[in-house]
Design a protein around this ligand. Structure first.
Ligand SMILES: NC(=O)c1ccc[n+]([C@@H]2O[C@H](COP(=O)([O-])OP(=O)(O)OC[C@H]3O[C@@H](n4cnc5c(N)ncnc54)[C@H](OP(=O)(O)O)[C@@H]3O)[C@@H](O)[C@H]2O)c1
Length: 212
């Protein structure tokens, strides 16, 4: 798949590197395109770098890997997103702020869908720490990735990307359900940072039967 990453921070760079290793074609986007090009060169695999707008044109799937505070502006910089699959990986609470963790109503993903006119928005990759993305196997268990969205074609592509990372992917239904899966990120932050469990933790949905 052609994957464009908006943001060259911890999440964008880690996801890009892993997916490049899995054979996907990666373009990093930055507010400073030179930074994106440098990152692309450092990972190899024919990855490239450019502006947010160039990345939006390039990718079939675009990962929104920016802080929530910069999400609206980043989407604006990306320009035309009609028909594109946008993965909203944002978390609306920053652990270092130390304040109360507050869910959004409507969800952050619903706001992203409003801002990214004509795009197919999928919520995903927000309930895991970047440190675990290279090691999603916990003993005999694979970490779960909860995703939701309204477009089945888009969801099946994002599901494949989740499987490529090594997740057990759980389809949590329509984008409305981002209200349900977004707060999991807050629980993760609470446990990892405030309750002292550290970042080497992940969620797992236990099932007696394999999902349909
Ligand atoms: N780190 C994690 O473990 C993790 C896990 C799951 C979800 N997330 C979520 O993923 C998103 C990115 O997290 P991250 O850890 O990668 O953050 P980060 O290391 O701070 O990187 C964020 C990147 O976003 C871009 N950006 C665009 N607008 C920005 C703005 N107004 N202010 C600052 N940066 C801006 C920057 O890239 P350019 O300068 O290249 O444009 C920056 O490098 C967040 O919403 C976070 O909650 C993070």
């Amino acid at each position: 798949m052609k994957i464009g990453l908006l943001g060259t921070g911890k999440l964008g760079s880690t996801l890009g590197k892993i997916w490049a290793e899995k054979g996907h074609i990666i373009m990093f986007g930055s507010r400073d395109p030179q930074k994106a090009k440098k990152l692309a060169n450092s990972i190899g695999f024919d990855a490239s770098g450019g502006t947010y707008e160039e990345v939006a044109k390039f990718g079939d799937v675009i990962i929104l890997a920016v802080p929530w505070s910069g999400a609206k502006e980043s989407i604006k910089m990306a320009g035309d997103l009609v028909g594109k699959i946008i993965v909203d990986s944002t978390t609306t609470a920053a652990p270092h702020l130390g304040g109360p963790l507050k869910a959004h109503a409507p969800s952050a993903a619903a706001k992203v869908a409003k801002w990214a006119v004509g795009a197919k928005v999928i919520k995903a990759v927000h309930t895991i720490g970047v440190e675990s993305l290279n090691k999603l196997q916990f003993g005999s268990q694979q970490a779960s990735l909860f995703i939701c969205g309204d477009y089945l074609d888009a969801k099946s592509k994002v599901k494949q990307l989740g499987l490529d990372l090594g997740f057990d992917v759980i389809d949590a239904g329509s984008l409305t359900n981002a209200r349900l899966i977004e707060p999991l990120a807050m629980l993760w932050i609470e446990l990892a940072y405030k309750q002292g469990m550290g970042t080497d933790i992940a969620f797992k949905l236990l099932r007696r039967r394999k999902a349909k």
